[in-house]
Design a binder for this molecule. Sequence first.
Ligand SMILES: [Zn+2]
Length: 423
Amino acid sequence: MSSHRPVGIRWFLISGLLTLSCAVVAALIAARFAPWELVAGNMIIRTQRGMTHTFPTPESGHLINIDNRTNFELSEAPQPRNVILMIGDGMGVGQVSAASAILHGPAGGLAVESAPITGLVRTYAGNDLATDSAAAATAMATGFKAPKTAISILADGRSPRTLMEALKAVGIRTGIVTTSGLADATPAGFLVHADDRYQYADIFSSILATRHDVLIGGNWIRHHKAKHDREYLDLVDRVDELGPLAGYSVIHSENDLAHAQTPVLGLFPPRGDSTDDHGPDLTITTQFTLESLARDDVGFFAIIESEVTDSRGHMNSIAGVVDAVREFDASVALAVEWAETRGDTLVLVTADHDTGGLGIIDGDYDDGVGEVRWGTEVHTAQWVPLFAFGPGAEHFSGVIDNTDIGILIAKLLGIEDFPDLEP
Ligand SMILES: [Zn+2]
């Protein structure tokens, strides 16, 4: 069919392609010489029905977001001693509202819904409206926008200090738990610096050298890309020898948690036949992490991440997403209850981006049939929810940027020179 297209359409396609290539070249040149500005131009938005809409892009973009907000005024209210940042990877508003209705009925009942303060978070990356976990983690961890796949390295090559590095330097205890690989983009963005998220061996060996108090994640031996990286797999194979050399107590199972000493490095096997999700139920590792980090009461910062919320979204599995939100929300309930008994701990629950663009489009009570639609199998630029509990929560209401999250946490925990481009 395509070989019999009228000349007009062919010419239209060729000229369109040429225009697009020129725009890409111009954008690349502009990025090379003016790394903090997006070239003013047009963005052509395509729709599923073949329509296109053209929108102007801003004169001055946010490739690095050098003008990010650093002038937050803290309220007079007591500030937190500890901060727990809980990240449902890919957990957009659609996932939370679907899980709420499906698990608890139309009036809801998830733990996150009891948050006294809620906000919405813009997640755009330095080079794309729809971000990935690497650029999103970089934004939260450093206060700067980065291109997709960058691990706390900016478009101009600079490596701003991460929140975890800044907090560790002043003696605040630090930990991260993920059901994804420990070397995956979200933990990596908070822990280390790398040109891109696919340098698994470099990322893993840099993580070993950080010596944070709690590092728990998956060994990632079945991940579709990491499993082909010989150098990475070799490091994982030798972790029982490399971990203690770097100062960690190394663990591999839920049973090991009972006698684990900090600094602890947990590398858990994949769950069942999953390639992306690892370890015991997130409530178990969450409980362990909070107890371990709170032990000597010098203040701590913990990140608790669920990967399942993202991996099931990529599969467009509504049952999978609902179950993932259920597990994650149970960890939120645990953390919030734990924090409430102390009164000195801020709990923030958010996502790095939305995955799948999920929406409930029908749910008739009488015929008992509902329907959901997925927009895509990849990430979207939808704003994501933020739920805040405890002292300091009031700073997170409204529509904020993902870069604001790290900057505010640093400020609340007494770090003044943050964001920090010259660590
Ligand atoms: Zn994803």
